[in-house]
Design a protein around this ligand. Sequence first.
Ligand code: HEM
Length: 409
Amino acid sequence: MSDPAAVRRALRALFSPLGCPDPYPHYAVLREHGPVSRLPDGTVVVSRHADCDRVLRDPLFRVEDDAYLARTWPEGRDHLSVFSLMGEMVNQNSPHHERLRRLVGRAFTPRRVAGLRPAVEKLVDGLLDGLAERAAGGAPVDLMEHFALPLPITVIGELLGIPEEDRAWFAPRVQAVTSAIEQNLAGEALERADEATAELWDRLGALAARRQEDPRADLVSTLIAVREEDGDRLTRRELLANLVLLYSAGYETTSNLIGNGTAVLLDRPDLLARLRGEPERIDAWVEEMLRFDPPIQIASRWAGEDTELGGVAVAQGSQVVALLASANRDPARHGDPDVFRPDRAPGGSLTFGAGAHYCLGAALARLEAAIAFPRLLARFPSIAHAGTGAPRNRMTSLRGYAELPLLLS
Ligand code: HEM
């Protein structure tokens, strides 16, 4: 049954500029009372699994690419960060998207990801040593700062072949790019992202030039070398933009998987105890963490033609927002969706998207989490909130904690 007032309240809460600390009850209102609803600016918002899945898979719904930008914000290209974003595969439609995905996919293979396991294990153990040192004597330790954030940024550095001493340099610059995307590429956030992108392009460009001269086994060298049979290869813009994409897509997303997953375990001591007893089932636990509180809550598209969604007319050119995290809690797809159940049948979550743009790094994110959680639990027989609060900084389109202070012993 529709309830327009409840739908308006839910949309206002979800899309408030301050973000929404607990979006899940609002998603439930939308699924029930307005599964295809509209924001005041006309953006169509879909919240049920079936509609979100269609928006992601149906090529009629297009990502915002160069052509879209030229129509809606032609001066956008003057911003280096926007020019770089538009060179990323995630902002390209067919046929450009397939071409980029094929070229990058030839370098970023399942074998290369699996080959990172020993490096990730070593890195996790090193970070756990650091946590143990900081936690000695009962001091609270921030899991985000000292574990969840350094892990993925270092792993991407390892994957790309960034020299070890340079890896910490990337974190604030990549965060500046991500924050600007979250704040709709406007204001000071956009200026910071332009500066950060210029610095990232310089650094990555210099690295690419070194690898061109002296190739190694890393992803940057392979990306420079990959060619299609017809000789097609990445241009300089495509190479640099998609290196920045790997950094920005793989960094805070994976950090927030670790942070959000840890918070679920701490809120439910029975779950924490259960996972300690079955670390061999970690893959299923990670799947449920991904479904339950996903690091990316939203995916955006626009309608390339007039169409309909759930019986509602959608005009050509309309923005469409798919609430991935709401789809993951749709009772039509998952029984007891608000209950964390690590024994669910796998599959059906939209956390990594679906269709042509399905996350290229899903296997890497899963690998990092599957190594991180059992080792964290094995190292610390006691893990608890430090009682100083756990503020979120990413809430609506990205979701994660700014800090997660813990007592570890
Ligand atoms: C838990 C961690 C992660 C989550 C939740 C996540 C989520 C997503 C989602 C939802 C999309 C699709 C966006 C859309 O359709 O508009 C996506 C795309 C992508 N992700 Fe991830 N991601 C994660 C980790 C990673 C990692 C570790 C990497 C690589 C280092 C990565 C690289 C990419 C790339 C390159 C794309 C674009 C694919 C394309 O356009 O074809 N992601 N990711």
